[in-house]
Structures are given as structure tokens and as C-alpha cells.
Design a protein around this ligand. Structure first.
Ligand SMILES: [Zn+2]
Length: 177
């Protein structure tokens, strides 16, 4: 397997490496499993890219907002995906659940965010996300307005302070800035 993932506990990294070797031994019998795994990782990394409209939509939002990103997962993995997508520089702050110590949907995440907002002398204009369980819960815990990315015609979420739209382009309609 290629380079280990920074930030992963050694035991988890070793398990993942062995899992990859086992998968590639089965997928390509008689071939070098390290080679298959490495090629796959390289090809996959090259395919990580944002949806076409996202960079320009973030630029539009970022023209009059400071953008912060809250993301769910392991720090090293989330930061790597973001870097591969070329979007890291779009965000003034990146909060990863594993680094914060709890899920985006837990009250503790909103409390940690509130402390950072205080320090940075910032307020939340709008929380944008597609997950009711994490993104809308974060907005609710912080008492912030939210834009739920969904199919508005079919969405079953009905919560105060939550608007619905098909993409982040809809944020400009609601933020009032
Ligand atoms: Zn919705």
C-alpha cells in the first residue's frame, strides 16, 4: 500500500493496508497487490473534484462572507479530500468532527463553534448543508438559520428557521447580506 494516511492510529493504518492487499490479491490474482492498491489510490485521487458549479458558487458567496467549513469524519481524510478538490483555500476555517471531538450534530460541536466565533468576532449568517442529522442539527443547536440542500418539492424536513434549496447558489436569496 502507498503512503500511510497521516493522523490515523498506527493500528488502523496497518489494518487498512492489509485490507487493501487482501482486496487486490483477490481482484488480480497472481499480480502484485501493492501495485494494484497504489495505482488505484493514485487514480482515485486524480478523480476527486468538486461539482462543476461549486467553485464559482463559493466565490460568489465568499465575495461578502467569510466561509467556514464544518465537515464530518477523520481530520486527515477530510482535509485530503478537500485539498484534492482544490477547495481548501476557499475556507477561512475548517472544522472536522474528529478534531473537534464530536459529531457536527452534537451540541458540543455548536458550542465549540460558538467559542471560535466569539474569538474571531464573527456571527453565523447561514448554515448550509444537505444532512438533517448533522447540518440542520448544528444550525438548531446554534440557533442559526439554515439552508437545507435537498429536493424542495419532496423534502419532508419542516423545521423553523430552515429554508430549502437545490444548491448553495440559493444561499444568496436567503442570507440577506
Ligand atoms: Zn429540505
Amino acid at each position: 500500500m502507498g503512503p500511510s494516511t497521516p493522523g490515523l492510529p498506527a493500528e488502523a493504518a496497518a489494518w487498512l493496508a492489509e485490507h487493501a492487499r487482501a482486496v487486490w490479491r483477490e481482484a488480480l490474482p497472481g499480480k502484485d497487490p501493492e501495485c494494484g492498491s497504489g495505482l488505484f489510490r493514485t487514480l482515485r485521487a486524480g478523480l476527486v473534484r468538486p461539482f462543476d458549479a461549486v467553485p464559482s458558487q463559493l466565490s460568489a458567496l465568499g465575495a461578502n462572507h467569510e466561509l467556514w467549513l464544518a465537515t464530518e469524519g477523520a481530520g486527515s481524510l477530510q482535509r485530503r479530500k478537500l485539498a484534492l478538490s482544490g477547495l481548501t483555500d476557499r475556507f477561512a476555517r475548517i472544522l472536522v468532527s474528529a478534531e473537534v471531538g464530536c459529531s457536527k450534530g452534537d451540541p458540543g460541536f455548536a458550542q465549540a463553534l460558538l467559542r471560535l466565533l466569539d474569538t474571531a468576532d464573527r456571527t453565523v449568517c447561514l448554515v448550509i448543508g444537505d444532512s438533517a442529522r448533522t447540518d440542520l442539527a448544528l444550525a438548531s443547536h446554534g440557533s442559526w438559520p439554515a439552508l437545507h440542500i435537498c429536493d424542495p418539492a419532496a423534502c419532508a424536513v419542516d423545521e423553523p428557521g430552515v429554508r430549502h434549496g437545490r444548491g448553495i447558489a440559493d444561499a444568496a436569496k436567503w442570507c440577506g447580506c
